[in-house]
Design a protein around this ligand. Structure first.
Ligand code: SAM
Length: 275
């Protein structure tokens, strides 16, 4: 057990009022934070990247779980509170002040970290797409990320479900994604307007012969006009309709009915020379 002061006291002492512009909604419930820190599994001795630690609530839970944490925080005001935490866990917390969208995170690690983050909503999806676009196997071991519930549902949804779209395909074509736990809006200070959920993503094997760039082009076109039949929506992607025909995907279907594995097969066929 650490002997750190309660988080609310830390916030008060450092004058850390939540900034809307930085997407700040803080978590104070120690039990909830400990549950989030357990989602990736046993973190004892594991390296963890945390983006947006804020005053350090989740960071505390990760350190208490025995992780070696690298935390990237953009808000200069939070750094003194994080430095106090670092002093309580000597050698276990590396603090990097900066914008996670601009920092070369893989270069910070020799091994493969878990990424655990209560992400700022406004940058969360951009960071996720970047992490999913990594070379494969990726430089990270797992992703445990807080999202608005609606975004979390888009990440884990299946073909035919309302939330199914581009994000589901990009998140699932070589990973497994699940909702680990819902988080009620009242758990945050200040409470956001919407509910949240923690998503857990584990990398899987890379399907042979399929490329992320091709999948991105196909899903952008197909879901750009999701209510249209593929024969219309895929027209702008040269060769896509021929490729669909070659592998037996009916082009009168709409994108929202095409499963992740079918998009992968289509990407593979599009890149393969027609024989
Ligand atoms: C939703 S708050 C979560 C804070 C804390 N992790 C918690 O659970 O209480 C998001 C945090 O991300 C930080 N942040 C926002 N944009 C960022 C960026 N581009 N890079 C790094 N940190 C960022 C904010 O300053 C804020 O501290």
């Amino acid at each position: 057990m650490d002997t750190l002061p309660p988080l609310r006291e830390v916030i008060r002492r450092h004058g850390l009022s939540a900034s809307k512009a930085l997407g700040q909604n803080f978590l104070f419930d120690g039990q909830l934070l400990a549950r989030i820190a357990r989602v990736p599994g046993d973190l004892a001795g594991e390296e963890v990247l945390e983006v947006g630690p804020g005053p350090g609530g989740l960071t505390r839970a990760l350190l208490a779980a025995g992780a070696q944490v690298t935390a990237i925080e953009r808000d200069h005001r939070c750094i003194p509170a994080l430095e106090e935490l670092s002093a309580a866990y000597p050698g276990k917390l590396r603090i990097i002040e900066g914008d996670a969208l601009e920092i070369d995170a893989p270069a910070l690690f020799e091994g493969r970290p878990h990424i655990v983050s209560n992400l700022p909503y406004n940058v969360g999806t951009a960071l996720l797409i970047g992490w999913l676009s990594s070379d494969w196997s990726p430089w990270w071991q797992s992703l445990t990320l807080m999202f608005q519930k609606e975004v979390a549902e888009r990440i884990v949804s299946q073909a035919g479900e309302q939330a199914y779209g581009r994000l589901a395909v990009l998140a699932q074509w070589r990973s497994t994604a699940r909702i680990a736990m819902p988080v009620h809006r009242s758990a945050f200070t200040p409470p956001p307007k919407v509910m949240s959920a923690v998503v857990h993503i584990l990398p899987g094997t890379m399907p042979e012969g399929a490329r992320m760039a091709t999948l991105e082009r196909l899903t952008a076109a197909a879901f750009g006009q999701r209510r249209k039949m593929l024969r219309q929506s895929l027209k702008p992607v040269a060769g896509a309709l021929d490729a669909a025909e070659r592998i037996g995907i009916d082009v009168t279907r709409r994108a929202e009915t095409v499963r992740v594995d079918e998009f992968v097969a289509l990407a593979r066929a599009l890149d393969a020379p027609a024989g």
